[in-house]
Design a protein around this ligand. Structure first.
Ligand code: HCB
Length: 215
């Protein structure tokens, strides 16, 4: 039964059916399915399928936008649930996070921000299309010890390197750990640009952030 529910949530996201994505998510929560399972096995496969259809020309931008809206609406229901399930017993560190300049992909970055906050980090979410200097000023302003950067486009991933260079030029690099993520990014890229780590998903980002904050 739960597998069917998750599959229909995925279909609702892929087809941009916001009402069904929201209703399906409500039903899944009422049936006791964990919010992370709804994300990992319903929403994420649904949005990835939309991306695949876009890539091969079956979908156009309005389809992708409709899918993203359906996913975001469902995420709004899940975020308080994610928070409610975690104990924010202690502050593990202060994180500045954003999607880099030129890139407006928000869903993954926001999910990572939510999960970090739910796991005891103080999170300053700078949003999307964040200028290099805004990352730098936010690190200074909040005395952050972690920076999270998201980039979903091959054309914007280079900005992650520029932010690291800017942190170095401003004398802030030694005081912060930098983690990167996003579809075109990987371990090798992280090493290449001098980041401290890469995370594939939000759960991995929490583990990485904990490791970096304690090291
Ligand atoms: Co967009 N888009 N898009 N898009 N989009 C992608 C990314 C493509 C791969 C689709 C494709 O062609 N297959 C492609 C990029 C190709 C490339 O560069 N290699 C693409 C393109 C081309 C574009 C436009 C250029 C399309 C156009 O205008 N012609 C345009 C770019 C606009 C811009 O940014 N300047 C565009 C626009 C859009 C929207 C607006 C329609 C919409 C975003 C809406 C929004 O976010 N509010 C959108 C979407 C939804 C996607 C796909 C379908 C899904 C992205 C997503 O939300 N995934 C995506 C296809 C794909 O990724 N497979 C497609 C789900 C989340 C949960 O995963 O990977 O974002 P995530 O995040 C993970 C993970 O990476 C990690 O944890 C997250 C949670 O698990 N993580 C971090 C992320 N950030 C981290 C930071 C850390 O520190 C640590 C871990």
């Amino acid at each position: 039964m739960s597998h069917e529910q998750l599959a229909s949530i995925a279909t609702a996201v892929t087809t941009g059916d916001k009402a069904s994505a929201v209703a399906g998510t409500q039903q899944a929560l009422a049936a006791g399915i964990e919010p992370l399972t709804v994300i990992d096995e319903g929403l994420v496969p649904g949005i990835r399928e939309a991306g695949d259809r876009f890539q091969c020309g079956d979908y156009f931008l309005p389809n992708l936008i409709a899918s993203a809206r359906a996913m975001s609406a469902a995420m709004q229901l899940l975020e308080p649930e994610l928070h409610a399930r975690q104990q924010m017993a202690r502050r593990l560190g202060t994180v500045v996070i954003g999607t880099v300049k030129g890139d407006i992909h928000e869903i993954g970055k926001s999910l990572v921000a939510t999960m970090l906050a739910a796991n005891g980090f103080e999170v300053h979410d700078l949003g999307v299309d964040v200028p290099i200097e805004r990352f730098v000023s936010a690190v200074r302003e909040h005395q952050a010890n972690l920076v999270g950067m998201s980039a979903l486009l091959t054309t914007t991933m280079g900005v992650q390197r520029k932010v690291i260079e800017a942190l170095r030029a401003e004398g802030l690099r030694d005081g912060v750990k930098v983690m990167v993520g996003g579809a075109p990014v990987g371990e090798q890229w992280a090493a290449q640009i001098g980041a401290d780590g890469y995370a594939e998903d939000a759960v991995g980002a929490v583990e990485l952030a904990k490791r970096l904050a304690s090291g």
